[in-house]
Design a protein around this ligand. Structure first.
Ligand code: GLN
Length: 315
């Protein structure tokens, strides 16, 4: 496979992927443990590619907002690194977990220190870290402003129905947070920390907004569309490394094998993938596979990586 050289090449590739997947729309299982997510039509499919030179390619429902859920953990990790630097690694590890996103077993073995910032326990710890010096409401506002800045789009909002729905039914996350608090590993009240966590998970974004928000990771830490410098080149590389090794929970190895790109999934059916030096890609299809990652979204990215030669492991 040679790399796509022209804009027409990429246009044809994304159109082709959409065409091939259209007969399969609706496959997979929509997350139903958050009641508000269970109502989403499984047949949605959208994809957006934003290249580092600023071209945007879109198909399907690329402009329909969806619940980004765990993809938001990339943005809160970026904020936490900005506020606390490498000190965050005293509170959360950076190893793949090999267990489900909401697993509690490992936490007991490891004294309440979560394996990485992308599993729920780790992201809850990150919420606790960035709460320092803020009220939950202020911090939620700051997270929204940060994501708007990344995507250069003031229309990004939190879906408060989703946040409420998860707050009412998030027994597992309350268990994780209380468990960590019992180890003395949270500085703030569980309700405050989870208030932040549930709200950032409830950010609603379109594939285009999400791909733009992730562009700094594809372009060495700065958004080439706006000139906004977000993180250093080294930090962008490190966030990408974590996405590659931990971004799909216990399906991370499979995603790296099939797609070969740093990526972060969410139970809303979205995936943000980064092709360093090339493009940021967002895909959305609500039906999930057995690991809780978008079934057709993963497949679309596998097709894209195969046809563009963008895998970080070589064409
Ligand atoms: N994998 C996910 O997207 C999980 C996020 C979801 N808010 C939860 O805590 O369960």
């Amino acid at each position: 496979m040679h790399e796509p050289r022209t804009q027409q090449d990429l246009r044809a590739i994304i159109d082709d992927i959409y065409l091939e997947l259209t007969p399969r729309l609706g496959e997979g299982k929509v997350a139903d443990y958050i009641p508000q997510l269970a109502r989403v039509d499984a047949r949605h499919f959208g994809m957006a590619i934003v290249t580092t030179d600023g071209a945007v390619y879109r198909v399907g429902d690329a402009e329909v907002p969806f619940s980004i859920q765990s993809i938001s953990k990339v943005f809160t990790l970026t904020l936490a690194l900005g506020k606390h630097g490498e000190n965050i690694w005293h509170r959360v590890g950076r190893e793949p977990s090999g267990s489900a996103f909401n697993s509690i077993v490992q936490l007991e073995h490891e004294g309440g220190k979560p394996r990485n910032p992308f599993i729920n326990a780790g992201a809850i710890t990150i919420s606790d870290l960035i709460l320092a010096g803020h009220t939950p409401k202020e911090l939620i506002g700051e997270i929204v402003r940060f994501v708007r800045y990344l995507a250069d789009d003031e229309n990004i909002v939190i879906d408060h129905e989703v946040a409420r729905s998860e707050t009412a039914t998030g027994y597992r996350n309350f268990a994780l947070a209380n468990f960590m608090r019992s180890f003395g590993r949270l500085d703030h009240p569980v309700e405050h920390v989870l208030g932040v966590y549930f709200h950032h998970c409830a950010l609603a974004m379109t594939c285009i907004q999400l791909a733009k928000a992730g562009l700094f990771l594809a372009a060495g830490g700065a958004n080439p569309l706006t000139g906004h410098s977000v993180v250093s080149r080294q930090r962008a590389r490190r966030i990408n490394a974590l996405m590659l090794t931990c971004g799909h929970y216990d399906g991370s190895g499979d995603f790296a094998y099939r797609v070969g790109l740093p990526g972060k999934s969410g139970v809303g059916g979205g995936i943000l993938a980064v092709a360093p030096g090339k493009a940021s890609v967002a895909v959305w299809s609500p039906g999930l596979n057995e690991y809780g990652n978008s079934l057709l979204g993963s497949l679309a990215l596998e097709m894209l990586a195969g046809r563009t030669g963008w895998s970080v492991f070589g064409p």
